[in-house]
Design a protein around this ligand. Structure first.
Ligand SMILES: *[C@@H]1O[C@H](CO)[C@@H](O)[C@H](O)[C@H]1NC(C)=O
Length: 178
C-alpha cells in the first residue's frame, strides 16, 4: 500500500492557473509623463531650501563641497511660482563633488493635485547643475505609483545670480501600474 503518490497533473495545472490569474490582476504597466517646474528658493523669508550642514572647508571650496541642504520645494504647472501647485519635492541634496557642482539628490515628490494627489515618487540621483540636461532615476513610489520606476530630465529655466534662487523644468517619465 503506497501512501505517498506524486501530485497529479491536474493539481499542478490548477496551481499554475492560480499563479497566472494573480499575475493578470497586477494590472498593466503604463507610462506617465508629468512636466513641472521646481522652485529652489534659498533667499528671503519664504525660503524653501535651507542649508543644515557643511564641512569646515565648504566655504572655501569652489564647488561648495560638503554642504547639505534640506528642501520643501514647490512643483508648479508653469515657471511662475504662483501658478498651480502640482506637488512638492521634499528631501535633501548634498554638494558631493570636488570637481564641479555635482549634487546628490535624495527626495520624495509628494503630489497634491489631480489623479496622483496623495501619491509619491522617490528620486535618487546625481545632478550636475551646470549641465544642460540632467537625468535622475526614479527608484520607487507609493499610492498610484507603487512599484514605479523611471527617470527625471531636469533643465534649468532660470538661475538668479544675485539671490541663488533657481527654477528648473522637470520632465518626469514614470512607468507604473494602472
Ligand atoms: C488632495 O487630497 C487631499 C486629501 O485627500 C484633499 O484634502 C485635497 O482636497 C485634494 N486636492 C485636490 C486638488 O484634489
Amino acid at each position: 500500500m503506497a501512501s505517498s503518490s506524486p501530485p497529479s497533473t491536474s493539481i499542478l495545472f490548477f496551481i499554475y492557473l492560480l499563479l497566472l490569474v494573480s499575475t493578470i490582476k497586477a494590472g498593466d504597466e503604463v507610462e506617465t509623463h508629468i512636466q513641472v517646474y521646481f522652485h529652489d528658493i534659498v533667499y528671503g523669508p519664504k525660503y524653501t531650501a535651507v542649508r543644515v550642514a557643511s564641512a569646515s572647508t565648504t566655504n572655501i571650496s569652489p564647488t561648495g563641497f560638503g554642504a547639505v541642504v534640506v528642501i520643501d520645494d514647490p512643483l508648479t504647472e508653469s515657471p511662475d511660482v504662483s501658478s498651480k501647485l502640482i506637488g512638492r519635492a521634499q528631501g535633501m541634496y548634498a554638494l558631493a563633488s570636488e570637481e564641479e557642482y555635482g549634487l546628490l539628490m535624495a527626495m520624495n515628490l509628494a503630489f497634491v493635485d489631480g489623479e496622483f494627489n496623495g501619491s509619491t515618487l522617490a528620486v535618487l540621483g546625481r545632478n550636475a547643475v551646470f549641465s544642460e540636461v540632467r537625468e535622475m532615476p526614479i527608484v520607487g513610489g507609493s499610492g498610484r505609483f507603487r512599484l514605479a520606476r523611471g527617470y527625471v530630465l531636469a533643465k534649468t529655466n532660470k538661475f538668479d545670480l544675485i539671490t541663488g534662487d533657481t527654477i528648473v523644468e522637470w520632465n518626469i517619465h514614470v512607468l507604473h501600474y494602472s
